[in-house]
Design a protein around this ligand. Structure first.
Ligand code: ADP
Ligand code: MG
Length: 401
């Protein structure tokens, strides 16, 4: 049995080198969206600009209800669109919209459809492995056996746990995939969202702790030490999915494109006319599609975590779906965090980690990591930027705190 504590100490030593950390190549699928209520709307609505946003009123929709509706939605929205030398296909997987856009250059319609299909298949496989909404998923079985027995785990789950533990270590535990019991206690994103009693929080907190994940690499098993503990990969695996989908597209010889798993987007190559892809950042307090800034991108991942996607108000206070694992309560302090990185899993997980850390600590950490470029909007409508976001025209006047 190898406890993650050892591994994580090792990762912490590499903290200044996160982008270059080698990753094990895998032959399967990836990513998970555990957010049945979030939707991506990026299909050229802004004249070729992809907008990182979600449904703002999603907190009123029951996850179960939405999941049950999915097969129908899938039929309605799956499409292959022509135009501008681009192939675009959107599917609902993991209860969220996934849009793949490809440069058509040198490829037949069949080849493009096959390549997109290969990328979608990888994402689907991950959902099957890692969804906590599917009782028979590999991850659900690991969770159901917490405190009871180690469960054989797919290498992709182990890879995600590995990466997540690294980010936990880097963020001093702000990022923690064992928030599962807290996520379940708050039920944010469903109709049942509510403020749990202080007793419930007190009872739940001891179940949370990334160091209690035990991975046996030799046997390929995962064991959660505490009965009732559970892993939730909602803050990392959609990014991972984008990475793996892009890997599939490159294997199929596609020159350039975009994979957008909800707000976790990875671009590769360029547009057919040689110009960079453009991604827009959603105004966290504006209507859907209201863009604060436009970023030209090639071979980069971008991810936004926000308090405007899944949340509810109680007594005038906003409670969002990102939870501080130390207090057990949803985090305040930032409206949105956008992270640019080479890898999408990293942009995704760091977006959540910085969100939990809050403006001051997050900014200090971001400054230490030039391989991450960060744009944060604080609760009071202030902009904190690193890398290329510094000096970029951001329409902060549009953000109402
Ligand atoms: P989204 O899933 O909307 O893209 P994030 O990437 O920020 O947004 O992930 C938020 C999700 O991650 C939550 O819905 C929850 O499932 C999980 N989560 C909440 N708090 C934390 C945390 N402190 N560390 C890791 N995962 C978290
Ligand atoms: Mg995230």
């Amino acid at each position: 049995m190898e406890n993650f504590r050892k591994d994580n100490t090792k990762y912490a030593d590499k903290a200044s080198n996160i982008i270059r950390r080698p990753r094990t190549p895998l032959n399967g699928a990836q990513g998970l969206s555990k957010s049945p209520d979030s939707s991506f709307h990026g299909n050229d609505r802004q004249g070729g600009i992809y907008v990182l946003n979600r449904f703002i009123n999603s907190a009123t929709v029951s996850p179960m209800k939405k999941i049950l509706c999915l097969p129908m939605v899938l039929l309605l929205i799956s499409s292959c669109a022509r135009g501008n030398g681009l192939y675009t296909e959107t599917r609902v997987i993991m209860a969220t919209y996934i849009t793949i856009t490809l440069d058509r250059s040198g490829k037949t319609e069949d080849e493009l459809a096959r390549a997109a299909g290969d990328a979608f298949a990888r994402i689907t496989k991950v959902d099957d492995l890692m969804s906590t909404y599917k009782p028979m998923s590999n991850l659900s079985r690991i969770n159901a056996n917490s405190g009871i027995a180690p469960v054989p785990a797919d290498p992709e789950i182990i890879e995600n746990i590995n990466d997540a533990s690294y980010i936990s270590s880097l963020s001093g535990g702000a990022f923690d995939i064992t928030v599962g019991p807290l996520v379940n206690a708050w039920e944010i994103g469903s109709k049942k969202a509510h403020v749990p009693s202080p007793e419930t929080i007190k009872k739940t907190l001891p179940l949370v702790g990334w160091r209690d994940i035990v991975v046996n690499k030799k046997d390929g098993t995962v064991f959660l030490k505490k009965r009732g503990a559970s892993i939730d990969l909602g803050a990392i695996a959609k990014g991972y999915a984008s990475d793996r989908a892009v890997a599939a597209l490159l294997e199929d010889g596609i020159k350039g494109g975009i994979v957008a798993c909800a707000g976790d987007i990875k671009v590769f190559g360029r547009k057919p006319d040689g110009s960079p892809w453009t991604v827009g950042i959603q105004n966290p307090r504006g209507p859907e599609g209201d863009v604060l800034a436009k970023i030209p991108l090639t071979d980069m991942a971008i991810s936004t975590s926000g308090d405007y996607e899944r949340f509810f108000f109680k007594d005038g206070k906003r409670y969002c779906h990102i939870i501080d694992p130390h207090t057990g309560y949803p985090v305040n302090g930032l409206m949105s965090v956008t992270v640019l990185a080479k890898d999408s899993w990293l942009a995704d997980s760091m977006g959540t980690a910085l969100f939990v850390l809050g403006p001051e600590k997050a900014y200090a950490l971001a400054l230490k990591h030039p391989e991450l470029e960060v744009l944060m909007i604080t609760d009071s409508g202030k902009e904190l930027a690193t890398g290329r976001f510094r000096g970029m025209k951001v329409n902060m006047a549009a953000v109402k705190s």
